[in-house]
Ligand binder design. Structure first.
Ligand SMILES: [Zn+2]
Ligand SMILES: [Zn+2]
Length: 325
């Protein structure tokens, strides 16, 4: 279905928003954005705060393919200022966190408790709202909305099912972070990694998501949470989020042929400064500026070098000298 501007009745409103007009171009701040009124099942949100997430960059550089021009931003919170027909769960004045994974609560998957597979929510990947259209235009041309949201604007029309009502006394600046970083990181710890009471956990990369993995690991009852990053400032922050140990990535240790060690064991090893041995698993995978995203994958819990291979050096480093294998 082509994405077109809504033809709902009422005067459109001019707002300011940051627009990605094409892949690999800088965002353009425009103040001529017209907002149509919310359609059925939709609400208008006055944005209180929006985070900037790596996924916004991924759309901007084409890694996540979305149609342009588009208003980016998917980590936001705000206030409901208008409700469309049939909206029952929200009222003007409500404070909400916006979700990029809307749950309709009615489809097959939602009823099975698998809201992340919501059939209607899947439209979030198309650049429009639930019906495929968008409510914003610039110079008469329709603009798409990232994740049915587009939080990089002063206001947005979003589906009711993309909103989670929160208490009024929660600062919107804080609430916005729950829209992506917190749910991604804490969710990875609680649901994906399946951390149990007393577990030892290593978290590689302590950005927005990684810090919340640390927080989630503590919530899950992990007794040791080892934070690994290349920056001291992030490791300091990691302690505030519950890390019990920190490891400054960058040094290397040799793992001799045939030897193996678990990643947490490596971290202990390094923390204690013992000589020796160590790790390597998805070596190149961890050596990446985008370390945060590694938490979405299972951590390399166990790594081994084949007998006939030479020693391999550890990763997590910026220094090419360490890439010897
Ligand atoms: Zn995000
Ligand atoms: Zn659903």
């Amino acid at each position: 279905m082509p994405v077109t501007a809504s033809t709902s009745s009422g005067e459109p409103l001019m707002i300011k928003a940051a627009v990605l007009t094409a892949v690999d171009t800088p965002l353009e701040v425009r103040d001529d954005i017209e907002l149509a009124p919310p359609g059925p099942g939709e609400v208008k949100i006055k944005m209180g705060a929006s985070g900037v997430c790596h996924s916004d960059l991924s759309v901007s550089n084409g890694t996540i393919p979305l149609p342009t021009p588009i208003v980016l931003g998917h980590e936001g919170a705000g206030t409901v200022v208008e409700v469309g027909e049939g909206v029952n769960g929200l009222a003007v004045g409500d404070h909400v966190v916006l979700s990029f994974v809307p749950n309709c609560r009615e489809c097959y998957f939602c009823r099975r408790g698998q809201g992340y597979l919501c059939e209607r929510g899947a439209m979030a990947a198309m650049g429009g709202l639930l019906d495929g259209t968008t409510r914003i235009t610039s110079k008469g041309a329709p603009l798409h909305q990232m994740a049915m949201l587009g939080t990089f604007g002063q206001e947005a029309i979003v589906p009711e099912i993309s909103c989670v009502k929160i208490d009024d006394d929660v600062p919107l600046k804080v609430a916005a972070l729950i829209g992506c970083g917190v749910l991604t990181g804490v969710g990875a710890a609680l649901n994906t990694a399946d951390i149990h009471l007393g577990d030892t956990v290593a978290v590689i990369g302590c950005g927005g998501v990684g810090l919340n993995v640390i927080q989630g690991a503590r919530i899950a009852g992990a007794s040791e949470v080892i934070a690994i990053d290349r920056f001291d400032s992030k490791l300091e922050m990691a302690k505030q989020f519950g890390a019990t140990r920190t490891v400054k990535a960058g040094d290397c240790v040799v793992l001799n042929p045939g030897e193996s060690i678990s990643l947490p064991a490596y971290c202990y090893h390094k923390f204690w400064g013992a000589e020796g041995k160590v790790l390597v698993g998805e070596v190149s995978a961890v050596n990446d500026d985008d370390t945060d995203n590694r938490f979405l994958d299972p951590l390399p819990r166990y790594s081994q070098i084949e007998e006939d291979e030479p020693p391999v050096y550890l990763l997590c480093t910026d220094y090419p000298d360490y890439y010897q294998a």
